[in-house]
Design a protein around this ligand. Structure first.
Ligand SMILES: Nc1ncnc2c1ncn2[C@@H]1O[C@H](COP(=O)(O)OP(=O)(O)O)[C@@H](O)[C@H]1O
Ligand SMILES: [Mg+2]
Length: 258
């Protein structure tokens, strides 16, 4: 599918962000279209997670614009971005270990029983369990039982729940900050399948990873950050592992697309 001729779904223009004297982002622009998977890569400290936080509403950038469906937005909190259909799986994101799988899937947006119980704020637990299970299955994630506490799941299963939660709720964009970290090869493949499912669903996907073969396998376009700046934004087909690595480290000075 070629997506180059459609308007951006989600876009940042010229955003900058400093932490004290550390310039984490320096005039970064990036866009994603519906049904497009962007790979965001760069060395540690390049600014990837800071960019994720700007995109997810966790940080207000110091300068620059954020546009969703061509309209300028200014997120005051991650909740604003969530409401607008943007889901984010943060690096080292944590689930609530004592809550069940389904409670984690629904965390922050629990189904409340209508009527008197609803007024008292009780949650429709059985409904949440079955819907959580269906949500996770729909995005291709098999988790044993939704009523089990997350603490009883393996690291890979927990990560699967976190990703399933994000993909099943996302209406426009999903941002995944190193979602395959700490996963085994088979589980990482499952995450790549979920990314493909999100793309097929018409979501814009921003996928961050240090595992370059994964980036090459599943993305349409790659954006390389170095020291807070975009040094390359080119179609994935322009890269192989060596040229991508060279562009990330700065050994290749004239990256693809220039
Ligand atoms: N909360 C923070 N306070 C101070 N400096 C930070 C903070 N978060 C990130 N940084 C700095 O900003 C730069 C970009 O970091 P980050 O966005 O985490 O990069 P990446 O995700 O690409 O590794 C780094 O120099 C990092 O040390
Ligand atoms: Mg990071």
């Amino acid at each position: 599918m070629t997506t180059n001729d459609t308007a951006p779904l989600y876009e940042v223009r010229n955003i900058s962000k400093s932490y004290g004297s550390v310039v984490a982002l320096d005039g970064v622009s990036l866009s994603v279209r519906a049904g497009e998977v962007i790979g965001l890569v760069g060395d540690n400290g390049a600014g990837k997670s800071t960019l994720v936080k700007a995109l997810s509403g966790a940080h207000l950038p110091d300068t620059g614009d954020i546009l969703l469906d061509g309209e300028e937005r200014r997120w005051k909190s991650p909740h604003d971005a969530l409401e607008a259909g943007i889901e984010t799986l943060y690096q080292d994101s944590s689930l609530a270990p004592d809550l069940s799988v389904s409670s984690n899937v629904f965390l922050g947006r629990e189904i409340v029983k209508p009527g008197i119980l609803g007024k008292l704020g009780f949650l429709a637990q059985a409904k949440m369990d079955s819907e959580a299970h269906a949500d996770l299955e729909r995005v291709g994630i098999a988790v044993p039982a939704s009523n089990r506490p997350v603490a009883q799941l393996s690291g890979g299963q927990r990560q699967a729940v976190a990703i399933g939660r994000a993909v099943s709720w996302a209406r426009k964009v999903i941002i995944l900050d190193e979602p395959t970290n700490h996963l085994g090869a088979r589980q990482a493949k499952e995450v790549l399948e979920v990314i493909r499912a999100a793309k097929a669903k018409g979501l814009g996907v921003i996928f961050i990873s240090h595992t370059l073969p994964h980036i090459l396998e599943v993305t349409d376009r790659i954006v390389v950050l170095r020291l807070g700046k975009v040094v390359c934004d080119a179609p994935t087909s322009d890269f192989d592992v060596d040229t991508l690595l060279g562009t990330i480290t700065g050994l290749i000075i004239r990256p693809p697309g220039e």
